[in-house]
Ligand binder design. Sequence first.
Ligand code: PLP
Length: 240
Amino acid sequence: MAGIAVVALGHADPTLAQLMYDQAIQLTHCSNLYHSPWPGELAKLIIETTKSHSPQTPFQKVFLANSGTEANEGALKFARKVGKQRGGDTKTDIVCFDRAFHGRTFGALSVTPQPKYQKPFAPMVPGVKVGQLNDIAALETLVDEKTCGVIVEPIQGEGGVYEASEEFLTALRERCNKVGAVLIYDEIQVLLLSRSVDNSSVDCLGVESCGHITISRLHLLRMCSLWPSHWRMAFPSAQF
Ligand SMILES: Cc1ncc(COP(=O)(O)O)c(C=O)c1O
């Protein structure tokens, strides 16, 4: 298995093959009408691993999805939901940044402001504002009382390798706190198997997000529906 910037184990890894075989001869799919032990186990593992690397982390919950774009759909929906709770029906705007790539489903595509991806499928989901990465001065007008969420790649991947500065992420965090917006880090492209949560932007920069989307170490198992493992998205309990 291989994809762009994901699944780095190569082909026919014996441990992976055995693991998938062992599961396949037990059960290949279980609808969410029935209990499956794996999602809970995986969520626990992710939180415990995160806490062992970063004891101060506020992350306590995990939302599992099958792909990066679905992860972002979930994150954007969380932001809208939280926005309505905090500011009513007008707090629905979502801010994203130039050159970003967040996926190909409609919500994620709408915060991917690149004509080559959006043009064939326009119009996009309304309520999206686009800013420039690292433009601290613009944050005050970009992120306002109507903003329910901000989605940012701390290191942009698909759009070229552009890093958000620590100062920018700190200012963004502060602005989001001020207006009550959810801050979402999308690290799907840059956190690979050889890296782990302790290398994420949250830990390197000490600037926390509200929702944090990454490829987990178990991303290699994404093809196996009982182990939906592409990403984790954890929220401080105080957010809800
Ligand atoms: C930053 C980022 N977010 C989201 C996605 C979408 O992930 P997926 O292709 O698993 O839907 C990608 C894919 O490359 C990505 O780089």
